[in-house]
Design a protein. Structure first.
Length: 375
């Protein structure tokens, strides 16, 4: 019998040999081109002040929730915030979860049943895949943003069918043909679910509301750890869906609720988001400045993206790690994304643009990348 310690060591050694070993890093003084803090809310002094003022205005609230929301952890403040966020995104109702991962696992593990069908884009987030696996539903993958591939899978669907996409994909930064996908889901009586984690902020209400198709989308997942600069997530949909998740989503039922401090931070972040047109405009200007500064390479291309997520494909782990290290040596915090996180051959550096990045920093970034890919 092999000991668990030997098994663990062997697996870690394999990762080191393959160049895919992961390790934690603490904060640095490098210029941030890797975080999801697209609008700078996580570092925004005025938001810190407003959060503290909101906490001080409710001195009777506890430091912790003390239990799950079905036991002792539910308060009026949380329910009112859920309705405010749902209205902000032009939805009927919403239910808060402790993280985006929890929300996706909680939704997909409880809603589709054995005999139902989940069809998702091949580049969908790992949390959705994990939740789908727990559902025991039939699961199909369609080629990235490929309508013909999606239609082929829809023809095979049985039971209740759920089609799952991201409005902005977390690794490629691109946007799917949402209107055309909606036409297909309507044609085949399927339910569209959209993860909006990386769209809120670039579009204040999310891309679905920006397109005006929220009434045609069955559910949306919005996370607070990206442009909103705090933590947690919400599933948006109908009142009926909210009641179902309260009754059947294990990720909601069996976890301690978020603290008042966390809920207050989300509320204040939404209030700031409603006034953040200048930051959103600056973010879009910085995205355009970055794209204009990159000299395209056929060997190491910049992926097509109009979002804050920009990627240079470098084809293998070692080249991606070398490029990231070169950028870090230049004072720029850019990280390599390695297989198996992305497919083998699609290894890359993933650049996140922010409203607070300066033109000088972006120019240094693009010139350094150009030297790397055209060396």
């Amino acid at each position: 019998m092999v000991s668990s310690e030997k098994y663990i060591q062997n697996r870690l050694d394999e990762r080191k040999v393959l160049g895919t070993y992961r390790s934690l890093r603490t904060e640095s003084d490098l210029v941030d081109f890797c975080s999801n803090d697209y609008l700078g809310f996580a570092r925004y002094p005025a938001l810190k002040v407003s959060i503290q003022q909101e906490i001080d205005a409710h001195p009777l609230n506890l430091n912790g929730a003390t239990g799950s929301r079905l036991i002792s952890g539910n308060i009026t403040y949380t329910e009112e915030l859920e309705q405010q966020i749902a209205s902000f995104h032009k939805n009927e109702a919403g239910l808060l979860f402790n993280s985006g991962y929890d929300a996706n696992v909680g939704l997909f593990s409880s809603l589709p049943q054995k005999g139902d069908t989940i069809i998702h884009d091949e580049l969908i987030h790992a949390s959705i895949i994990d939740g789908a696996r727990l559902s025991h539903a039939n699961r199909y993958t369609f080629r990235h943003n490929d309508l013909k591939s999606l239609q082929g899978k829809l023809k095979q669907a049985k039971g209740v069918c759920y089609v799952v996409i991201e409005s902005i994909y977390s690794m490629d930064g691109d946007t799917p043909p949402i209107v055309e996908i909606l036409k297909l889901t309507e044609q085949y009586s399927a339910n569209l679910i959209v993860d909006e984690a990386h769209a809120v902020g670039l579009y204040p209400f999310g891309l679905i509301s920006h397109l005006g198709v929220q009434d045609k989308v069955f559910a949306r997942v919005v996370t607070f750890g990206k442009a909103l600069g705090c933590h947690g997530a919400i599933i948006l949909g109908s009142n009926l869906l909210r009641e179902y998740l309260i009754n059947f989503s294990r990720a909601f039922i069996y976890t301690t609720a978020a603290s008042f401090q966390q809920i207050a931070a989300v509320k204040m972040a939404y209030e700031l988001l409603s006034k953040s047109s200048p930051e959103i405009e600056k973010l879009n200007c910085n995205i355009n400045l970055f794209k204009q500064g990159i000299k395209q390479s056929e060997t190491y291309p910049l992926l097509q993206s109009d979002s804050a997520i920009q990627c240079i494909i470098l084809n293998n782990n070692e080249r991606a790690k070398h490029a990231a290290q070169t950028l870090q040596n230049s004072g720029l915090d850019v990280r390599a994304i390695l297989s198996p996180t992305v497919a083998k051959g699609a290894e890359r550096i993933r650049i996140c643009i922010h409203s607070y990045n300066t033109a000088e920093d972006i120019n240094l970034l693009t010139s350094t990348i150009n030297n790397i890919i055209h060396a």
